[in-house]
Ligand binder design. Structure first.
Ligand SMILES: *Cc1c(COP(=O)(O)O)cnc(C)c1O
Length: 831
């Protein structure tokens, strides 16, 4: 076998970096990346067998075994590189160099995606735009975005994010922006930059060859670096900045009224040429971040030659950007993936990947509208879509719209044989009135349509109704937290993840499905029925059940669940069950090292070992124990003693058994604070859900859950009156009271009553007034401007944390999370 000479001259249409997302083997080039958690080289053989014939491999990863495998790829093209991500960037860079189109490059801490999406909305009447899908702005996301450029496009809009020094220089070459937008800079701590100004200096490298740069001068640190460094190095770059204060640049001020903001702009000085642009515009948003994003867009349109009246007309079409793929529970045992926003080919591919990832239901269905403004000729477009659909082996496909309907032949005729049920409807109304919508059941349904098709009506019809209170679960945050702990423990140590108690209130089947996708080693639940439910929803990972009972041994065995054995009683009962049916089973031995909950104590070991030796049908898969106080520094001596006792007892058991079961001891706090307790496997719990035992871990974890509700009614109450049961809500002033749709039956603890608890209304903290009721609570919104009935209310999120909430009512974050009752619907999302 010979490696092909560089550079990589690929004929593939898709750059693939994640083997799980393969859809068109013959048209893909696979970049094998050896990362911390995954090694793409382990999937080469699998991909070859599926038909992939172009591969990029990394020198360091070429073990003798991998080389032997590659030798068998006789009809494949293989390139060997130092680093596959860099190679992918170079491929994208050479692709970029073939096109001479203006490109807008966007970087900054916040708003990149919104500015990009808004610019695409605003400029779509004059340009054929290619843009980053979703927030594809990483070292891999950027080349994938740029790879989409083709002859039909005449404007590119790409966002770029970096997390380390030296990344931007590479990405600048891939994007080559002619117009730059620097949105803003946050203060968030980042371990890979020594200071905020270093971060700005790195980010600004994106604009090295730009001819225009737009930014807000009120970010003083950005302004300084642009003036002292950037303008010196790029004297020809035209600078368009704006400020609410400064006397140079564009002076901007605004006033907010109702649901609009009136923005006054006055651009008087622009270097190097002075031009004047002075106007007043209405934008359909009132929050500070949206106003800032809109001003960046306005200045871009002005620079591109739009007149004031054009800009005003276009601003009216601006809509909030939801980049989320939301997964909700539907009626008829369906799951809905709601992607009624994004409507291009790249977005479709991402959504289909997400659909394929869901194993909870057997059937998969796609409901798709016409795709608008893709820049791809109609025939070619629907041929590609038909191809994508066929490759995913969906059970059902429903196309809605005139254009997709007149292209139905592409979906019917295809060389790929499938038995997909394919239907077309002229419009959404026809589909809503059809039998087809009624017959959807037990399926995961991806609903994806351009805004004008009103697919929210389809979602409304199929979704399980909520009463305004929902718990949103951020699946990306779970992935982030999982990877953080994986990094911490390293590849050699296995990971068991606790999904007991409805995955700490976060939704066990959905969380387990995600963990399975990411390949964790083990799951654990408290009770057998929790494990059964996981099995019934497509989870095939090994599952340990911590508190099995003889009543459910039959289910335990039928669903291949593995019991924790913690006492002689349960051991005898289980072994009797297994023997009498001539079966065998894995078991997990729990020993008590100081927690004194479940587990064998030292004195019980001799009898335990005797029983095990006479029961060859039981295989001790692991030995474990639980730390009682790993999060408490005052009790570290106790914890160290537990580690010691555990190691001794585990050794004794292994010796007697004649084989060595793996050992695990550390929960989340143990993982963080006692590296010596990580042993062969760790048991991650609360950390996955975003709560850490150490502050330095906490900054790296992301908040998983956001609990929100709505305002049902607003009242103005005189100070002489009282509010709620028992007249406990006494008022010190005339008060504006909002009644919100959450009570103690939803998990909003009664302890928050009488001023103890707070909620967020439009970003303002509002105290609870009087007693919390079963289904409702009253809060003081006197100081909140612009509130209306129906507005959203945050109970907890990343600002008002479950840790803070738990402290207010003298409990722990675990209880706050797991108390959110099942009546509250969970919505899962991924960006
Ligand atoms: C719940 C549980 C864990 C996880 O604990 P966290 O503190 O949430 O990390 C680990 N082991 C056992 C036995 C548990 O019951």
């Amino acid at each position: 076998m010979e490696f092909k000479a560089l550079p990589i001259n690929t004929t593939a249409q898709y750059l693939l970096n994640d083997s799980r997302q393969l859809s068109s083997p013959q048209r893909s080039i696979f970049f094998a990346i050896k990362g911390l958690h995954h090694d793409g080289h382990l999937f080469l053989d699998d991909l070859y067998r599926k038909g992939v014939r172009e591969f990029v491999v990394e020198t360091d990863a070429l073990s003798p075994a991998i080389l032997r495998e590659l030798k068998k790829f006789t009809d494949a093209k293989i390139w060997q590189v130092e680093d596959s991500i860099t190679a992918m960037q170079e491929v994208a860079q050479r692709h970029r160099e073939q096109f001479n189109l203006p490109v807008i490059g966007i970087t900054g801490s916040n708003g990149k995606t919104i500015v990009k999406e808004w610019l695409a909305q605003l400029l779509s009447n004059r340009f054929k735009i290619v843009k980053s899908p979703k927030s594809y702005n990483s070292q891999i996301g950027v080349p994938l975005s740029v790879w989409q450029i083709n002859e039909s496009h005449n404007l590119g809009i790409f966002e770029v994010g970096i997390s380390k020094v030296e990344e931007m220089e590479k990405l600048e070459k891939v994007v080559k922006p002619s117009i730059g937008i620097f949105t803003n800079i946050g203060t968030a701590h980042n371990e890979f930059f020594s200071s905020n100004s270093q971060k700005i200096k790195e980010k600004i490298k994106l604009f090295k060859h730009a001819s225009t740069l737009i930014y807000c001068a009120d970010y003083v640190a950005i302004d300084e670096i642009i003036k002292t460094d950037f303008m010196v190095e790029n004297p020809d770059c035209k600078i368009i900045n704006w400020s609410r204060m400064a006397s140079t640049g564009a002076r901007v001020s605004w006033e907010i009224y109702n649901e609009n903001t009136k923005v006054f702009l006055d651009l008087t000085a622009i270097s190097p040429n002075t031009e004047r642009f002075s106007t007043t515009l209405d934008i359909p948003f009132t929050d500070e971040a949206s106003i800032e994003n809109a001003i960046h867009c306005i200045l871009t349109l002005w620079y591109l030659g739009y007149s004031t009246s054009d800009i005003q007309a276009r601003l009216q079409i601006l809509r909030p950007v939801s980049m989320r793929l939301e997964m909700k529970q539907g009626t008829n045992a369906n799951y809905l993936i709601d992607d009624t926003y994004n409507n291009d080919l790249a977005g479709l591919t991402i959504a289909l990947n997400f659909l394929s990832q869901q194993k909870q239901k057997q059937k998969k269905v796609l409901i798709l509208s016409d795709l608008l403004e893709t820049g791809v000729p109609e025939k070619e477009l629907y041929k590609q879509i038909a191809h994508l659909v066929k490759e995913r082996h969906l059970e059902q496909f429903i196309g809605i719209g005139d254009v997709i309907s007149r292209n139905k032949n592409h979906f019917m005729a295809s060389s790929v044989k499938t038995d997909t049920n394919i239907q077309f409807y002229k419009n959404t109304k026809d589909f809503l009135e059809s039998q087809a919508i009624k017959s959807l059941h037990n399926s995961t349904i991806l609903i994806k349509g351009a805004r004008k098709y009103g697919f929210e009506q389809i979602v409304n019809r199929l979704v399980q109704k909520t009463h305004g209170t929902i718990l949103e679960i951020n699946l990306d945050a779970i992935t982030n937290n999982l990877n953080y702990y994986r990094d911490k423990v390293g590849q050699q140590i296995k990971m068991m993840v606790m999904v007991k108690a409805f995955a700490y209130g976060s939704g066990s089947t959905e969380v387990a499905n995600l963990l399975q996708f990411h390949g964790v080693d083990y799951l654990a639940v408290a009770y057998t029925d929790e494990g059964v439910s996981l099995r019934q929803n497509g989870v095939y990972l090994p599952i340990m059940v911590m508190n099995p009972s003889p009543n459910d041994f039959e289910q335990l065995v039928a669903y291949s669940l593995e019991p924790e054995i913690y006492s002689l009683r349960i051991l005898h009962e289980f072994s009797e069950y297994i023997d009498s049916r001539n079966l065998s089973s894995k078991i997990h031995l729990k020993i008590d090292t100081g927690m004194h909950r479940l587990g064998f104590e030292k004195e019980a070991l001799p009898e335990l070992l005797k029983s095990l030796q006479s029961n060859p049908n039981l295989w001790v898969s692991t030995i474990f124990s639980h730390l009682a106080a790993a999060d408490d520094a005052d009790l570290d001596d106790f914890t160290r003693q537990q580690v010691k006792t555990f190691t001794e007892m585990a050794n004794e058991i292994s010796e007697a058994l004649g084989y060595i079961p793996s050992r695990h001891l550390a929960n989340s706090a143990g993982i963080a604070r006692f590296p010596e307790a990580r042993l062969d496997m760790v048991r991650l719990g609360i950390g996955l859900y975003g709560v850490a035992a150490k502050p330095e871990d906490q900054v790296n974890l992301q908040t998983v859950g956001t609990l929100k509700t709505v305002i049902s009614q607003i009242k103005h109450i005189k100070s002489s009156e009282t509010v709620g049961y028992g007249r406990k809500g006494e008022l010190k002033r005339d008060t504006k009271i909002a009644t919100i749709a959450i009570g103690y039956a939803d998990g909003f603890d009664r302890g928050y009553g009488r001023g103890v608890g707070e909620v967020l209304v439009n970003g303002h903290r509002c105290k609870v007034v009087g007693n919390v009721c079963m289904d409702m609570t009253m809060v003081d919104i006197t100081d909140v401007p612009n509130v209306q009935e129906g507005d959203e209310v945050i109970i907890f999120n990343k600002e008002l944390t479950i840790t803070e909430l738990s402290q207010k009512i003298n409990t722990i974050p675990y209880e706050v999370l797991t108390s959110v009752s099942e009546r509250v619907k969970r919505v899962f999302y991924q960006l």
